[in-house]
Design a protein around this ligand. Sequence first.
Ligand code: NAG
Length: 361
Amino acid sequence: MLLCLEYCRLIFSCLRVMLHLVLRPLWIGRLRLALTLLGLPRTVCTAGVRPAISCSKSHSFATSQTVISTSWCNLYGTMPSSAAPHTKSRCPQYPGSKVERFPVPDDKVNWSQNWPQYNPVSHTDPAVLKMPEWADPDIGSFHPQFNAVDGCVDRTSFEGSYKIENGMPLNPLGRTGVTGRGLLGRWGPNHAADPIVTRWKVDAKGAKMNHAVSKRPILQFVSIKRKDCGEWAIPGGMVDAGEQVSLTLQREFSEEALNSLDAPATERAKTHERITKLFKSSGFQVFKGYVDDPRNTDNAWMETVAVNFHDESGNSVSELPLQAGDDAGQVKWVDVDSSFPLYASHSHFLEVVAKERKAHW
Ligand SMILES: *[C@@H]1O[C@H](CO)[C@@H](O)[C@H](O)[C@H]1NC(C)=O
């Protein structure tokens, strides 16, 4: 059975590469969407699902009486940019491992600070070293073109040109205490996309509802429950090789929203049509740049583009039959509100959206 799956995966990978070469990337998305619409479990044949954000919880350690959570890695919190540079990228324990980062104090993060004592730990996860489709080979025999679009892989950074040292790219924000790639597939920037789909909250008569305190209208956004850790998040994902970001945004949203629907094929086709239409609108770019992520290393880091697609009239995706407010559901409409517990950078994205749309926050 396992062998069969591997075989299937191999054939599918080859097919996709061939298609990439022959057809424009757009068609890959159509194919994948078609598979999704047909209800085919595309995860079986593709190289694994990689979330755009890491699930690592705040690192806790138990003492005899209490459980103390280190604030350094807190999942929920305010945007750290105002304080120290990339704090989650320096969280003591590297996610999914027992690897302890070499501690980097705030004043030694910047590479321009001379620090001969710096002795980072080398770590690349075994899953990455197995070279799945989404991962690069190890540096040595592999000489990618950094700061450029390298074949199908976009190795440019939103943060400008990054430095290369001993053949390896350097994190543009500075030291992290770990070298190698950790859980990330690409050397240098690893690009993700976060679609933020919103509608206005309305009452039974369809009138906008205002928040009791702020008196501002309330936005709702589509949130998914992460399968790996059960946390609510924006349905983002990694940009595939050769894929346009605009397509990643739609694909990630479609996969999450559609797969959750227990709807007949005709219903799904209609939903797909609506989603396509909404994502064809230009959207509002909320954020583009480096993400302070616990998976970041000195040589590999997360970057994302977050775009808000808003259904102003309420007659497009607003009608998606997501189980609003139902905790059993994997996808739901959630009120945009500063108190909703969300991954810190996602919370910041929603704040930007709320301000832009003059909504309650
Ligand atoms: C690091 O320091 C240099 C020189 O002071 C400065 O130009 C650069 O912006 C700093 N980098 C970051 C990421 O803060």
